[in-house]
Ligand binder design. Structure first.
Ligand SMILES: C[S@@+](CC[C@H](N)C(=O)[O-])C[C@H]1O[C@@H](n2cnc3c(N)ncnc32)[C@H](O)[C@@H]1O
Length: 236
């Protein structure tokens, strides 16, 4: 493993964990819809990152770990928050995302291990990683409780789970009604994404020792139904 930057004082290097058996049955390829999603998240990466810049800087700023696990890495939206030389375990079940993700990792100088599976069964041992990150993923997985339990399992004690997600609009107002109304077509186009999920409540139930979060609308985003967003850092 290489690291282009000096190690921060006092952080001993830990060997990267070995991957365990991969549940490839959790990987998917929905043909045209998966191709569309790979194109969409690659094409709009700059725009979405700009709209979520406050959230991402707050959640992902200052990651120093040599090894990072990303859940639902997509086409590499968060690589700018990793130091060149980082080893990234990228759990990504959509096979259509992989080529773009690998190319983006190469361009960013990040050593990627792309894992073609879902986060319901992360192929890493218990307590092996310091940092887990994800953006716009807990809205999409079938069972957020199960995924959060897996994230907690692979984090070492004191390790951090950093996330940026869109969530259900507070209260029962117009935006929440729209989120409910468009759920099926939106979920079809974005491969399972629920525009109005109560993600913070799921994180709060997941057994982390400490959770810091902020609800804040995305600014400058055209995607009005999912502008109600949060960032958070949860400590195992
Ligand atoms: C809305 S996209 C976000 C992609 C990327 N994180 C970003 O911010 O651009 C949701 C991502 O979650 C992935 N995903 C879907 N189900 C998943 C699961 N069970 N486990 C892990 N990732 C999943 C999708 O394949 C997709 O890459």
């Amino acid at each position: 493993m290489s690291s282009a930057l000096p190690r921060p004082h006092g952080t001993p290097e830990r060997p990267a964990p070995r991957t365990t058996a991969i549940r490839t049955d959790l990987a998917f390829d929905h043909g045209a819809v998966s191709r569309f999603n790979a194109w969409f998240f690659s094409t709009f990466r700059g725009y979405l990152n700009h709209a979520a810049r406050h959230h991402k800087q707050s959640a992902f700023g200052g990651i120093e770990a040599d090894t990072v696990l990303e859940i639902g890495a997509g086409t590499g939206a968060n690589l700018g928050y990793l130091r060149p030389g980082t080893r990234l375990y990228a759990v990504e079940p959509s096979l259509r995302m992989h080529r773009r993700l690998e190319r983006a990792c190469e361009a960013a100088g990040v050593e990627a291990v792309v894992l073609p599976t879902g986060a319901e069964a992360i192929p890493l041992p218990d307590a092996g990683v310091d940092e887990v990150i994800c953006s716009l993923v807990l809205c999409t997985v079938d069972d957020p409780g199960k995924v959060l339990a897996e994230i907690r399992r692979v984090l070492r004690p004191g390790g951090r789970f950093r996330f940026v997600e869109h969530v259900a609009a507070p209260g029962r107002g117009v935006r929440y009604a729209v989120q409910r109304f468009i759920r099926r077509p939106w979920g079809y186009v974005f491969e399972g994404c629920d525009p109005g999920r109560h993600t913070l409540e799921a994180v709060a139930r997941a057994g982390f020792s400490e959770v810091r979060t902020e609800r804040r609308k995305l600014r400058d985003s055209l995607f009005w139904p999912v502008n109600t967003a949060v960032w958070g850092v949860a400590v195992r």
